[in-house]
Design a protein around this ligand. Sequence first.
Ligand code: LLP
Length: 426
Amino acid sequence: MNPFPIVAGELYAEEVPLSRIAAEVGTPVYVYSRAALERNATAFRDAVAPLGDPLCAFAVKANPNLAVLRVLAAQGFGADVVSGGELRRARAAGIAADKIVFSGVGKTAAELTLALEERIGQINIESVEEADELSAIAAARGVQAVCALRVNPDVDAGTHDKISTGKADSKFGVPLAEAVEVYDRMATLPGLAPCGVALHIGSQLADLAPLERAFTRLGNLVTRLRQKGHAITRVDLGGGLGIPYRQGEMFPSLADYAAMVARVTRSWDVRLIFEPGRIIVGDAGVLLTRVVRVKRGAANPFVVVDAAMNDLARPAMYGAWHDFMPVRASGARMVANIVGPICETGDTFATGREIDRLESGDLAVFRTAGAYGATMASSYNSRGFVPEVLVDADRFAVVADRIAPDAIMAAERVPDWLSDDAGQAR
Ligand code: LLP
């Protein structure tokens, strides 16, 4: 199944021509395929199903759109959330509270309280300080907080530094060497019901070896904790599986991943939790954009598109590659720098990229933009927030409105003391 097929020379999302979405909704716009979301969710679920009855908790941060979450909820997915906002979204999308896992180093007292009020399935504690705080909040409310301890296994995930989370100096989790001591403490604290351990070492991983190393260390920790009398019933293996962004790139298959997990966890006797994000939504979305103009350049022409780094931050933030293709191929080729309108050089999607020849007014897409796309948008340069569309076979719906710059400006206030005469005189 190709969610973005070319039909009679024109790029579609499922059965809808992208040109129709551009005409009706405008550009830039994110377009998601329901069929691709369901295909990816099913593939993941099926791959890990032989590992007992694992919880697949979609990492909401990858794509928090309510309609996307609703599709995944219907596929039996739970949610990995990292803020009160994500928790509320997961609940609003119909994800059962007991399928929600709350990770993150900076959960506030208000967020921990919300998690307890909602009776979510698990809170992943990331520090001894957080354990103490959660204990106090839960005990004061007379409830038991089901929690796991996130550890930092000190492995190099071999991915971009900004998305590595499991090295010794990373802010996430507690060091393995301190894990037993912290877990012992958690077991004595009132209001805490520790049930296991968790990790997540990084994102867009191209290799299973670091994951296997980390899981093996986690298994050793489970043994040590059990030796000390702790009942370990759950292990959360995080997310991180990488996906191809360039045509032809190869990544470990879900089957290889599941086989590795089966091998490492064979004797663990726990319920496994997975937190996949990118692999579920990445290739299910594109960012549809229109060429504003093609400007002459010193080395290459600049294809200036109406999408910018505020809409899709990954190239500017991580030097990430997104394939770029026209909605209707011209047949001719050009080598160009693809840039947005924002006033910094970092607003560059590609340099010296060979693409189909494009002209002012043409439509094109950045592919594989379903993960960490719209969710990382900002309104920098007083641009609005980009809308999102979900396609389902031959129909589509706007699942997030475009937020116009004026709507953002309407939330701002100029205090009286800046507008009165006295203020101006000074
Ligand atoms: N679990 C936890 C605790 C996480 O922090 C993350 C991602 C995931 C699961 C999901 O990881 P995934 O399966 O999607 O790799 N903005 C970056 C990616 C940041 C990932 C942050 N954590 C990007 O655009 O590449």
